[in-house]
Design a protein around this ligand. Sequence first.
Ligand code: TRP
Length: 452
Amino acid sequence: MAVENGRKPRAMFATRFGALAAIVGSSVGLGNIWRFPYEAGMHGGGAFLLCYLACVLLLGIPVLCAEFFMGRTTRSNVFGAYLKLSPHGRWYLSGYVGIIASFLIISFYSVVAGWTVEYSFCSLTGQLDFSTTANGHAQFRLLTSGWRSVWWTILFLIINFGVLSAGVTKGIERMANIMMPLLFVLLIAFCINSCRMSGFKEGMSFLFRPDFTQITPSVILSALGQAFFSLSLGLGCMITYASYFKKDTHPGRIATTSALLDTVVALLAGVIIFPAVFSFDLSPEAGPTLVFEVLPYVFSQLPGGIIWATLFFMLLFIASITSTVSMSEISISYFCDEKSMTRRRSTMVSAVIALVGGTLCALSFGPMSHLTIGGMNLFELFDFLASNICLPVGGFICAVFVGWKVDKVLFRNMFVVDSRYSFPPSGLLHLSLRYFCPAAIVLIFFNSLGLL
Ligand code: TRP
């Protein structure tokens, strides 16, 4: 099996900590703080959380290890990884699904990331009112009306691709190493503040007391989609990042640590949002705008709300950029490796596609809001197609591939670092990738489509 890139030696994460920080940076993002609370709110709170935790543990961690395996052994992008491991099969087609879906995700993701830039800018310049319990809904409408959202989305994408083409990801990594722990501390501070809210009890029981009658096939599919989204799975993002792992990196430890941290951040976000939702008589089912409408209420409860708000949205912006950088890397490394483009050129091509997609999604909250397909605007449609269809399909293919096409011993060897076997039980993981994961994903998928 050819493992080297041929032309230039492949870039590597310099240290073990750097690799962990990059993986955590990719997983912790808007998926935890923006998407998790609104998905949980729309799908019954506790019932959703229970399904979500089960999906992370039983499907997320094994698929994460499978993606790590593919990246680390082949040192290739998603397309090249399938091709190297199975030169005569058609598995590489799955790489296309990953690349196309990564553009769908970056399109709607950058709209929300654009809101975080706009919210930090507006609260810094005093255009947002966090000093009173201002109406979050009205503020949100004002800020996203017309073409405003589009400009912020474009600005975000320019920053994202500017960073990538300048090759200053190292700077980003370093910045993230400081900012991510800070975000964590801030989230904990807001959680403590939540305890003082009148709706604390109600919010907590909404999130942590599952109503089992609410567990339906579509809730389970959404939980699976959310688990894969949050762990950056299913598109080959983790294949791409693992191709930059050095020999001394512990993939098993990285997988479990990042899954754990990712889940904790999502839970913290839930503990912040739901007590506020119930304290101010809002509906947990507001959808994608939930967090942006509810947070002004949270900030208004704090002395110096504007400072907290600015800080929080800035940190959220940084958390998003470490995620979009990883998403963009899927297509950039594909264009570089397989199409022999220079890094600059492949960044340009990816940027243009993302700009078109991002603009369309941003417009779907304003001038193009009347355009709906199956009851969803473009933003929601992109999210649905990518998260509920492409991610489970991509995860399924990866699990089947590693479970059936890859030798157990080869898979086990990935966990041998410094000639010692480290965590986790690779036999069990391989077995799960072979039988349990594919079966569970297929069941969840078809059941929710009403086909079973
Ligand atoms: N995990 C990120 C978040 O929670 C989003 C993300 C980054 C992603 N890379 C991905 C989602 C690849 C799916 C696939 O915000």
